[in-house]
Write a protein that binds this ligand. Structure first.
Ligand SMILES: [Zn+2]
Length: 316
């Protein structure tokens, strides 16, 4: 038998446009011929994505065609397309250049109407998957994996640039470095606060890593922050999050750790427990966190456990 997957675009006026997303044939039924295979699914997704994006771009251009001031149609200066990479393939998006309307006297004489929405050359969802996977496995493996399961066309160098750009943007968004008990606003009376989630335990340790080309070593501080339990179900925030930074390079370690714990729902009246091997550099980070809080350190032959409560009453 034969199968044909057809996609239909129905405009607001009811006009329909159709395109074949996939045609396939099946004869003898076997486990190998049961349903869609990976190759067919990729071809279908790519074809579907191309059609959907082409229709979206065409409709957007049509809506922008008339001058918002006088209603005249903009005349075309030149055609053109821009390649946009998506999870489901690279698509050439119509990106023409139009003349400025004759009713306008100032500003550039031509413009690209798609510039109103066409920002960047990669969809946010593809960037998200690239960044998420690249934080777990090497860039080249991410490119291989994406290519194997999806019609996404990306190479490891592009992924590396995207991750770098994302990291730089996150750095810019990170607030100023300061003592963590001074980051938030006015202290709130403990009685006003609802019971917090279970204690946050932060395991933290340091280790030396050899630099590239054998140019010495640098110290990496890495750790994991775990919320013991939650009072309300919250499936969106993982109970456990990891962090890491290079001690001599990072100038905002406290802020970074604070934002991580905040993203896990850290409250003023929540207990935080640090566990570390007691190394000098590692200890420095945790004492920075709440220098005026109650602080206990118990030393064991194999290492130390430091813990404190984030109590505003302990600030004297
Ligand atoms: Zn006009």
């Amino acid at each position: 038998m034969k199968f044909r997957v057809e996609v239909v675009c129905i405009s607001d006026s009811g006009r329909e446009r159709r395109s074949n997303a996939l045609e396939m044939e099946r004869r003898q039924l076997a486990m190998e011929t049961l349903g869609l295979n990976l190759c067919e699914s990729k071809a279908m997704l790519e074809s579907l994505q191309d059609f959907v994006i082409t229709q979206q771009a065409a409709e957007d251009l049509e809506q922008r065609r008339c001058c918002p001031n006088c209603g005249d149609r903009h005349t075309v200066k030149g055609g053109g397309t821009t390649e946009v990479k998506t999870l489901f393939g690279a698509v050439e998006v119509a990106n023409p250049r139009w003349n400025r309307c004759s009713c306008q006297q100032s500003g550039p004489k031509t413009f690209r109407p798609a510039a109103a929405w066409l920002r960047g050359r990669t969809t946010p969802e593809l960037l998200y998957v690239e960044n998420k996977w690249a934080s777990l496995i090497p860039f080249a493996k991410v490119a291989d994996l994406l290519h194997e399961v999806l019609p996404a066309h990306v190479d490891d160098e592009t992924i590396r640039r995207h991750v770098q750009a994302t990291a730089e943007r996150m750095e810019e968004e990170l607030g100023e470095e300061r003592q963590l008990n001074l980051i938030q606003g006015e202290p709130i009376e403990q009685e006003e606060l609802a019971p917090p989630d279970g204690p946050i335990t932060v395991g933290i340790d340091g280790g030396y890593v050899r630099a590239a080309h054998k140019e010495g070593f640098f110290e990496v501080i890495a750790g994991r922050s775990v919320v013991a339990f939650r009072r309300a179900a919250n499936e969106e925030v993982p109970e456990s999050k990891c962090f890491g930074y290079v001690q001599t390079y990072d100038d905002k370690p406290r802020r970074r750790l604070f934002e991580l714990m905040k993203s896990q729902g850290l409250r003023d009246n929540q207990q935080v427990v640090f566990m570390s091997d007691g190394g000098e550099d590692v200890r420095r980070v945790q004492t920075y966190l709440h220098p005026h809080s109650e602080h206990w350190i118990d030393w064991f032959p194999y290492g130390g456990i430091g813990s404190f409560r984030t109590k505003s009453s302990a600030k004297e």
